[in-house]
Design a protein around this ligand. Structure first.
Ligand SMILES: Cc1ncc(COP(=O)(O)O)c(C=O)c1O
Length: 365
């Protein structure tokens, strides 16, 4: 058997190390995982009750169109239900967009250090990815615009950008959208939308009325705390969403995830409280990095990218042995570590372990 030729060289996605694996490998009783930008405060208490109600219904297929959840999100965002598509995580919405809009020979544009799933799906569709260098960790929209050709189908803007945490502002985004050809889809990935406190940050869903070529991605995996249930969505022009729907599997989101997402959306108090605690966590971590004399990119999501000034992969390994999982391995930023903002206790454990690991530089292991 032989897979398709263009599949052979593709890498397999490497997720953050699971807690159980690290515990077993290093014989640790406690492991703090700050590697995948998960919510340290769990999820709304309303979610558990909503899931319990679904427990007797496993013999029935879910609602393939997620009608109730669609209505709830449409109301929340003040858009029409036909402007929304759900996926098994926003990961799947990215894959569906690529499946529906990218063919061999097409080009798509993204930053050179951004969420890897855009490029991996473009590779699967045999499209060419143009990776535009970030400037000071930020999307360079002018350079991205200059990279547009008649072959360009999609521009991906991760806002805030994972892994750097930087944002593009309202004015620069509008100026970009005013000049990009209307035949080019602009995907605004707002997975960390609810965490952003900067007043210059644009709400992509408010741009939809003016730009038919914009698709906004959001997720229940981050501030809503439902990463395990795999549910996210795209919002855009109804005709575009219909095209994406045409390549969707019939039952791509499950009954439990839909019910949980409805309950989670209804609890905006939980969202606000997590977002406020996250902002305090950012202040704490940035203050500690300042004390250590380390630079970092301005954080707008629930993670911070800090320059360790040494090989970050080594720092990562030293921390792993002490039971703290962060993230390194960013090709463009070999000395940077990305850490998720945890609970106050987790943040303190992180700082203590991080400082120890930094000081072990050059020590034999
Ligand atoms: C920028 C960005 N987009 C999308 C996702 C995918 O999230 P999910 O598939 O869990 O909705 C992530 C997850 O880390 C992310 O960081």
């Amino acid at each position: 058997m032989q897979p398709k030729a263009h599949i052979v060289g593709l890498p397999v996605y490497q997720p953050g190390k699971p807690i159980e694996e690290v515990q077993k490998e290093y014989g640790l009783s406690e492991v703090v995982k700050l590697a995948s930008n998960e919510n340290p405060y769990g999820f709304s208490p309303r979610v558990k009750a909503a899931i319990e109600q679904e427990l007797t219904q496993f013999n029935l297929y879910p609602d393939g169109g997620a009608v109730e959840l669609t209505a709830a999100v449409a109301e929340h965002l003040s858009v029409n239900p036909d402007q929304i598509i759900f996926g098994c995580g926003s990961d799947e919405v990215i894959a569906l967009i690529a499946r529906a809009f990218l063919s061999k020979g097409d080009e798509n544009i993204m930053a050179d250090a951004t969420f890897s799933v855009y490029k991996s799906n473009a590779d699967i569709e045999q499209a060419t990815s143009i990776e535009v260098p970030l400037q000071d960790g930020k999307h360079d929209l002018e350079a991205m615009l200059a990279s547009v050709t008649e072959r360009t189908k999609i521009v991906w803007i991760c806002n805030p950008n994972n892994p750097t945490g930087t944002i593009v502002g309202k004015d620069e985004l509008r100026s970009f959208l005013d000049r990009v050809p209307s035949s080019v889809m602009v995907v605004l990935d707002e997975a960390y939308f609810e965490y952003v406190t900067d007043s210059e940050y644009p709400d992509g869903t408010k741009l939809l009325a003016d730009y038919d070529n914009v698709v906004v991605l959001r997720t229940f995996s981050k501030v809503y705390g439902l990463a395990a249930l795999r549910i996210g969505y795209g919002v855009g022009n109804a005709a575009v969403i219909r095209s994406i729907n045409q390549v969707r599997e019939p039952f791509n989101t499950n009954r439990i995830a839909q019910a949980a997402a409805r309950a989670a959306l209804a609890d905006q108090e939980f969202v606000q409280s997590c977002s406020a605690k996250n902002a305090e966590g950012i202040q704490f971590l940035q203050g500690e990095f300042d004390r250590m004399g380390l630079s970092y990119f301005p954080a707008n999501g629930n993670f911070i990218m800090v320059d360790t000034k040494q090989a970050a992969g080594e720092v990562f390994q030293r921390m792993l042995r002490k039971g703290v999982i962060a993230r390194a391995g960013f090709k463009r930023y070999p000395t940077y570590l990305r850490v998720t903002v945890g609970s106050p206790r987790e943040n303190e454990i992180f700082i203590r372990t991080f400082e120890e690991a930094l000081n072990e530089q050059g020590a034999t292991v």
